[in-house]
Ligand binder design. Structure first.
Ligand code: ADP
Ligand code: MG
Length: 256
């Protein structure tokens, strides 16, 4: 039997960018270089790196929104490319920094959630979560459920975006800087929800952040990404207290 895990294997990605004002030259930009990581059921793994290090590119590749130039993403022993996209949504969920990008502005929150709940039911045949349960998990009251995305706060919108992803009940959840634009107490509430989901349903999470200390609070393992390369990986305690790489030390000092 194959082991259940999300595995990123030697993923590389190059973007071609135009440089120069008069003589436009197309230059390759190596955004990800041979990146490998593993995320097992029940784990919360953090991917930490500064802006521009390639975090979102990797998140999009894992969610199949971008294709790697080489390397692969393997889910429970099966290459991600071989999943039909609807089924993939029950395996891997993704949430971005700006919740409004994933919420249809024309639909009420409850309609947005009900659509996903119905889709999940159609794919798997069983009812996993109803609206009431989802609303309870993510503390969404009647007022929020009956509002349009533009009528709720940033923190509420992010909870809705996470709830929307979670209604597919994915085994692996990719969280790309989901708390970065929120204030500290709103962010702490959301982190608490992740910890509860992880404990209760064993949902594995890849928590992507530029904040090493926040990573340390939520994750059991940390991967540090610098200029598209993993420069350090290990258990949180070890990475935070005994960083092997100067860059990890720099990230630690940059925050404190
Ligand atoms: P992060 O999420 O860590 O801030 P990104 O993955 O968004 O990093 O970006 C990594 C690098 O790739 C950046 O230099 C960015 O400008 C570049 N980049 C990202 N997307 C594209 C694209 N579609 N075309 C060209 N360059 C890109
Ligand atoms: Mg990013």
């Amino acid at each position: 039997m194959t082991e259940k895990m999300l595995e990123v294997k030697n993923v590389s990605k190059v973007y071609f960018v135009e440089k120069g004002i008069f003589l436009k030259k197309v230059q390759p930009k190596h955004v990800l270089k041979n990146v490998s990581l593993k995320l097992c059921p029940g784990e919360i793994v953090a991917l930490v790196g500064e802006s521009g290090s390639g975090k979102s590119t990797l998140a999009k590749i894992i969610a199949k929104l971008e294709k790697p130039d080489s390397g692969e993403v393997i889910i429970d022993g099966i290459n991600a490319q071989n999943f039909p996209s609807r089924v993939y949504g029950t395996k891997v969920g993704i949430v971005f920094q700006n919740p409004l990008t994933s919420l249809n502005p024309k639909l009420k929150v409850k309609t947005i959630l009900n659509e996903v709940i119905a889709l999940r039911k159609k794919i798997s045949g069983d009812v996993l979560f109803d609206l009431k349960t989802i609303a309870e998990i993510f503390s969404l009251d009647e007022k929020v459920l009956n509002a349009f995305p533009s009528q709720i706060s940033g923190g509420q919108a992010q909870r809705v975006a996470i709830a929307r992803s979670y209604a597919m009940f994915p085994n692996y959840l990719i969280l790309d800087e989901v708390t970065s634009s929120l204030d500290v107490s709103t962010s702490a509430k959301i982190v608490k929800i992740f910890q509860n989901l992880n404990r209760e349903f064993k949902t594995a999470m890849l928590f992507i952040t530029h904040d090493l200390i926040l990573a340390g609070l939520i994750a059991n393992k940390i991967f540090v990404l610098k200029d598209g390369e993993i420069v350090e990986e290990g258990d949180t305690f070890k990475v935070l207290n005994f960083p092997q790489n100067n860059y990890t030390q720099y990230l630690k000092e940059a925050i404190i």
